[in-house]
Every structure is written in structure tokens, then in C-alpha cells.
Design a protein around this ligand. Structure first.
Ligand SMILES: C[S@@+](CC[C@H](N)C(=O)[O-])C[C@H]1O[C@@H](n2cnc3c(N)ncnc32)[C@H](O)[C@@H]1O
Length: 359
């Protein structure tokens, strides 16, 4: 990948400081929070049954207060601090914009000049990213860099995507000619499909024009010939029906309200060929009050308001209403060892939601 902006020492120092703080939060503070919770629980003599009951138990705990404060403000500094991503990339705006506007072959990109964003999408600065990932023409670059410290335990931003790609292809159960990746962002989730499988045609669908442009630019750098990035709503892609053997999404469902998820599932069913696979990777905590408490706190602190509604919706019923029969919801091991009982660090509650269109 081409270096887009010159290395700037104060920026690199600031961002690696933020990343190290996030690692400390993940590896030290989270286990401490959990042991404080275990102590509080045995002190109270009863087991909380919901995230709200855990919150009541932990509200005055200083470790919990610091844990939450630290998470919120690290994220804010990452984007909006003195050497935050928004300001820093903004200083290189002209260069970045010109790079997005040249050398992207038409076959890699489909932009809709009349496109109207859904209201839920524009109403919040998701991830505390100023203006969200869509409103600034260089937002794709800012988001691409920001994603490197979202889950700091992942060694490479792409390893998670490689694991999902392998899982999807192994579950496909038939030759895969075309994959539709809904909410593909700057292309990270589409890349292992198109890069490692030149016989598969990949369509990345994304609301954000800056992200679509960056995804296409990266594909052009890689000289990819089997992918196109399309600006469209995942719930209404405008793609031909029955064309996909796999419809997938990664970290997208939790970014939209349940009504929109229902439409996205109907659209997934429409896009799939008979026997095609629907596979969505997202965050679900199941019936675990402490994990849910941490996850709902993250939702508030990271400006991601649709995490709790996704967690609470009846996903099986929504799939059935969309036409799918068998629905499987299983934990996903985003890197080796994370599903082991001994894994004690903070992690997202990665979960696969898999269904198949009748053959
Ligand atoms: C957390 S990012 C994940 C990006 C990518 N799938 C990945 O794994 O790197 C979620 C993406 O979903 C996009 N998104 C949200 N709602 C969408 C919708 N209705 N249709 C298409 N994309 C959507 C956002 O713009 C954002 O780029």
C-alpha cells in the first residue's frame, strides 16, 4: 500500500501513545474491572441478572469509573486531539483528495451522484469520528488509520477478515462465483475475498462515498480485476437478484436500527442464488450480564447507539421473516485462543450469524 502522507514524528508519537494506552486498558484495566465485579458480587451476595443490575452494582466503583472515562477519552483524543487523526489528515487534504480522484479505473467504482444517506446514519458521529465516516471527502483515510487501533489485540487489521473469508468459503457448500460484501467500508472486509480468490467476483456495497473511493483506490494499487465498489444502501443495493453465492457483512449490523437490519436481511435473501450463504459477523453478548454491561457501556462511550438494539433483537425471527430457514448463531474466534476459558483480556463479543437460502 502506498504511503499517503509523510511521516510526522509528533503525530506518530501521539497515536502510538494512544494505542499503548488502549492496550493497557485491554490487558490490565479490563481484568481488574472484572475482579472488582467478582468482589462486588460476592459482597452483595446475589448474582446480577442483567446489564442494568451490574451497572447498579458497579456505579460507584472507581475502577469502573476510570475504565469508562479512559475508554471515552482515548477515543476522543485519537480522532480530535492535538495530533488526532482528523486534524492530521486534514493538513494533507489536497494531496489525499487528488489521489482519490486519479487513477481509479471505472470498472472498480460505482458512485451514485443522487445518493441520499439514511437518516439514522447521519444523525451521529459514529466512533466519535468527527462528521462520521461519510461527510468529509478524506473520511475514508481517517477511518482506515483509525481502524488500526479499534481492537488493539489483533496483530494485523486484516487477520480477522482473512478468518471470516476462510469461514465463509468453507461453509459455502458450492462453487462460489460471486460475493457481495455489505457495508465494506474502505474495503478491508472485501480484500481477502478478491485478493486471494481471483476467480471470485466481489461487489463491495457501502454508503460512504469517501470509503468507496478509498476502497477502489486500494484495489487499483493492488491491480485487482475482480472487484467493484458500489455506493448503495446494503438494504437496497440495486444489484440484480439471485447473483450472489455468498452475502456477507462484517461489523455492519450493529451500526443500523433493527428495522434497517430486517430490510438488509430481505435484501440478502433476494441477492442470493438458491442454496447461497448469508454470513454476518457482528457483536452479540448472549445471556451474560457482565459482558453485556461492558458492551453497552462501549456503545455509549464510542457513539454506537445501535449495539444494544441489535443485541436484543430476535435475529432468528428476523431471518425467518426474510425467507431463511436454518439460522445458526455461534461465537467467532477472531484470533487464535480468544474463545478459550482462560482468555482474560477485553475483546468484542464477536459472533457469526449464518443462514442459507433454500436450494
Ligand atoms: C464498522 S464499519 C466495517 C467496515 C468493513 N466491513 C470492515 O470490516 O472493515 C461499518 C461500515 O458499514 C457502513 N454502513 C452502515 N450502514 C450501512 C448501510 N445501510 N449500507 C451500506 N453500508 C453501511 C458504514 O459506512 C461503515 O463503513
Amino acid at each position: 500500500m502506498i504511503d499517503d502522507i509523510p511521516t510526522h514524528r509528533p503525530f506518530e508519537a501521539f497515536q502510538s501513545f494512544v494505542l499503548d494506552c488502549k492496550l493497557y486498558w485491554t490487558r490490565q484495566m479490563f481484568p481488574e474491572l472484572r475482579s472488582r465485579y467478582e468482589e462486588a458480587k460476592s459482597g452483595a451476595g446475589s448474582e446480577p441478572k442483567s446489564a442494568a443490575e451490574v451497572e447498579t452494582l458497579m456505579r460507584d466503583d472507581t475502577t469502573y469509573q476510570f475504565f469508562g472515562w479512559y475508554e471515552r477519552h482515548l477515543q476522543r483524543m485519537k480522532y480530535s486531539g492535538r495530533h488526532g487523526l482528523a486534524l492530521h489528515y486534514g493538513q494533507h487534504r489536497d494531496k489525499l483528495v487528488s489521489e482519490l480522484n486519479v487513477s481509479i479505473p471505472d470498472r472498480l467504482i460505482q458512485i451514485d451522484p443522487e445518493f441520499q444517506q439514511p437518516e439514522y446514519y447521519t444523525s451521529i458521529d459514529i466512533h466519535q469520528h468527527p462528521g462520521g465516516v461519510w461527510s468529509d471527502e478524506i473520511a475514508g483515510y481517517v477511518y482506515e488509520r483509525g481502524a488500526k487501533s479499534t481492537a488493539p489485540m489483533l496483530d494485523k487489521a486484516t487477520s480477522l477478515h482473512h478468518r471470516l473469508t476462510a469461514e465463509a468459503l468453507s461453509r459455502a457448500g458450492k462453487p462460489v462465483k460471486r460475493v457481495v460484501d455489505l457495508g465494506c467500508g474502505f474495503g478491508g472486509s472485501s480484500r481477502p475475498f478478491y485478493q486471494d480468490n481471483p476467480d471470485i467476483e466481489v461487489v463491495g456495497v457501502e454508503l460512504s462515498e469517501p470509503c468507496v473511493r478509498l476502497a477502489a483506490r486500494r484495489a487499483a494499487e493492488e491491480q485487482a480485476r475482480n472487484v467493484v465498489f458500489r455506493q448503495a444502501d446494503a438494504a437496497d443495493t440495486g444489484l440484480e437478484e439471485g447473483q450472489a453465492d455468498i452475502v456477507t457483512s462484517t461489523m455492519v449490523l450493529h451500526e443500523m436500527p433493527p428495522k434497517h437490519i430486517e430490510k438488509l436481511l430481505k435484501e440478502s435473501h433476494r441477492l442470493l442464488s438458491p442454496g447461497g450463504l448469508s454470513i454476518h459477523l457482528d457483536f452479540l453478548t448472549g445471556d451474560q450480564p457482565f459482558k453485556t454491561f461492558v458492551h453497552y457501556g462501549h456503545s455509549k462511550r464510542n457513539n454506537e447507539p445501535f449495539m444494544p438494539p441489535l443485541n436484543e433483537m430476535d435475529i432468528v425471527a428476523a431471518h425467518k421473516a426474510a425467507g431463511f430457514d436454518d439460522v445458526e448463531i455461534v461465537p467467532f474466534e477472531e484470533m487464535p485462543g480468544t474463545l478459550s476459558e482462560d482468555f482474560g483480556y477485553w475483546r468484542f463479543p464477536w459472533t457469526l450469524i449464518v443462514a442459507r437460502k433454500a436450494a
